[in-house]
Design a binder for this molecule. Sequence first.
Ligand SMILES: [Zn+2]
Length: 180
Amino acid sequence: MIKPQDENVILNDEKVLETLLKVELEIKDSNGCEIGVVVDRNGKEIYRVNGQKAEVEAPPDDLVKNNVFTHNHPSGNCAFSNNDIYNIVKQDGYELRAVTSDGRFVSLRKNANVWDANILSGFSKVSGYRLFVKASQLAQIKHSGQATPIQINKEAENLVNEWLRNNAEKYGYIFTEGVI
Ligand SMILES: [Zn+2]
């Protein structure tokens, strides 16, 4: 059950999902560049920005606030980055999504009126250099020291998504993984 923060906000979850599906099918391939899209809670696309290979500029705060921000990950890595999480918490968005060219997606949704900012320090433990080191170790063990970059990235993806799965209750969000 979704509780609007503002009584005037009309929510249309069915339309939101319909628009997200359409948008994500459009952006999932996108020539190897990231594209970011904001969808409002009525299911209307209100902003689109073209980015670079591994990043897209965050849309203006007032557009993301209580709305859905989705983007693609051309790297094929279906896991949020530290920046992704930082921006959605800072901008107080309702939902953050990322989609890969094979059609997989991850979603992080607010489950309370506000985000618990402690998620940022918690999540930093599974991002950046530390994540790379741990993912490399796991991949090398699994593949007898012959792990490829793709296999290391896969381990990194698993570590991030596992952390988000395990900490949903602690930080009060809803984490979903799926295929569009
Ligand atoms: Zn991202």
